[in-house]
Design a protein around this ligand. Structure first.
Ligand code: FES
Length: 84
């Protein structure tokens, strides 16, 4: 079943079976946040090994490339100045 996730409060559609990383990429979101060193976060390995795609879901950080979309899922960028 398709539906929508929320990226930094903006509704984005997803297709059945998509991960959050795929849905974000398809929506044109390539920058998932900023790493402590100032580099942009985004998809690199796509298999849960590099943590380049970390996003925030509630109080935890998780790999967007491993996170299945589900309707109403609230996701936000991880790291960067706005997160201290
Ligand atoms: S892209 Fe490497 S962990 Fe997700």
């Amino acid at each position: 079943m398709s539906g929508q996730i929320f990226w930094n409060g903006t509704a984005l559609p997803y297709r059945p079976g998509e991960t959050v990383a795929t849905a974000l990429t398809r929506a044109g979101v390539l920058r998932f946040g900023v790493a402590p060193g100032g580099q942009a976060r985004g998809i690199f390995c796509g298999i849960g090994q590099c943590q380049g795609c970390l996003v925030q879901v509630g109080a935890r950080l998780t790999e967007a490339c491993l996170l299945p979309c589900r309707d109403g899922l609230m996701v936000s960028d991880a790291g960067g100045p706005q997160h201290g």
